[in-house]
Design a protein around this ligand. Structure first.
Ligand code: BDR
Length: 357
């Protein structure tokens, strides 16, 4: 649809062509510069995910926070953090609603994909996403971006550049912390197994790689197995853990697992095999059973994250972005090696105070 300015410009050009040739050049150049100036001042960058128009003051802001699952206690701490942010923002007079959502079955990629698509069609003001799979969630993320909906990625990275930021643990470093602790517990010698979590889970893949990279610095330690997966839940982790322990009966001196459910499942497998407390065991994440086993020395160490901060900061940085404020490309929420000996330290107590067990 031609607007008034374009019509005026067209008529001007037609009129100019009635001028003598030498005069045309000067007049046409002036008209062209005028047209460009008109076009520039009339246009405003359309709002987009990269350049959102800040919601009008008082307008309700609706964010969707989509987690990986609901089973692990870990996600309850993420939700506690986002609710804290939501409460703070509304107490300051803004009007914020955060919808918390996740697949009911852990690892359900199709469910998480349709959740993202659903919030895009609702045209929420922003989506905060903990991707179950670093590739499978790219297509729905592109849909959000094309719809002008900004994306903050939390916990687990996504192979897609058009996002506001990443909020989460430096997972490779977390895996290195675990590897160095297991090497220390084994006095730098022995046989270990690593049971991975799930293909496509970038957070755990990074930890697994960090662990293996740390092991390379300890040639006295042999990796018996590092390519078996726990699966989505503690139940699958128990089954696969029992299979692994049976395969390497009598050879295992140490074990590493990269997240809450794989750690919990492997602990139960060690218990049923009568190995709990006999092999050195370093895991990731808390949760009631993991923490209870740590307190009595059946798990030697856990690398704890800060899921509460991931929930809290995920909301806050999205609001900063919507306000047009600069946001760092990566926000590291920290990783802490916790053992029976530092459980009562102020830093660990502060972390556990915000972690739902
Ligand atoms: C666990 O899965 C990972 O993605 C999280 O970082 C956490 O370690 C929760 O089940």
């Amino acid at each position: 649809m031609l607007d008034a300015k374009a019509l005026l410009l067209f008529l001007m050009i037609v009129r100019i062509f009635s001028f003598p040739r030498f005069a045309r050049f000067f007049v046409l150049s002036g008209a062209l510069i005028g047209a460009l100036a008109l076009a520039a001042c009339g246009q405003k960058a359309a709002p987009s995910a990269d350049h959102p128009t800040a919601p009008a003051p008082g307008k309700k802001i609706h964010l969707a926070y989509i987690a990986k699952g609901m089973q692990d206690v870990y996600w309850k701490s993420v939700e506690a953090g986002l609710r804290e942010a939501e409460k703070e923002v509304n107490a300051s007079g803004q009007n914020l609603e955060v919808t918390w959502d996740a697949p009911t079955t852990d690892g359900d990629r199709p469910a998480q994909i349709s959740m993202v698509e659903n919030y895009v069609s609702q045209h929420v003001d922003g989506i905060i996403l903990c991707p179950l799979d670093d590739n499978a969630l790219v297509a729905p993320a592109e849909k959000a971006h094309r719809a002008g909906i900004p994306l903050v990625i939390v916990d687990s990275t996504l192979n897609y550049p058009e996002t506001v930021t990443f909020v989460g643990t430096d997972n490779h470093h977390g895996g290195e912390l675990a590897g160095e602790e297991l090497a220390r517990l084994l006095n730098d010698k022995g046989n270990v197994i690593m049971m991975r979590y799930n293909p496509g889970s970038a957070s755990c893949a990074d930890r697994e790689q960090g662990f293996l990279d740390a092991m390379k610095k300890h040639p006295g330690i042999k990796i018996l197995s590092s390519d078996n997966y726990a699966g989505n839940s503690r139940e699958t982790a128990l089954d696969n853990g029992q299979r692994l322990l049976a395969t390497y009966t009598g050879q295992i001196d140490g074990v590493f697992t990269p997240n809450e459910s794989s750690t919990n499942g492997m602990f139960l497998a060690l218990q049923t095999a009568g190995l709990a407390g006999k092999v050195k065991f370093v895991g990731f994440d808390g949760g009631t059973q993991n923490m209870a086993a740590l307190q009595v020395g059946l798990i030697n160490a856990l690398v704890l994250q800060n899921p509460f901060q991931m929930g809290y900061l995920g909301v806050k940085v999205m609001l900063d972005h919507l306000d047009g404020k600069p946001v760092p490309a990566n926000i590291d929420t920290g990783a802490t090696l916790v053992t029976k000996d530092n459980l009562d330290s102020p830093a660990v107590k502060a972390l556990l105070d915000h972690t739902v067990q």
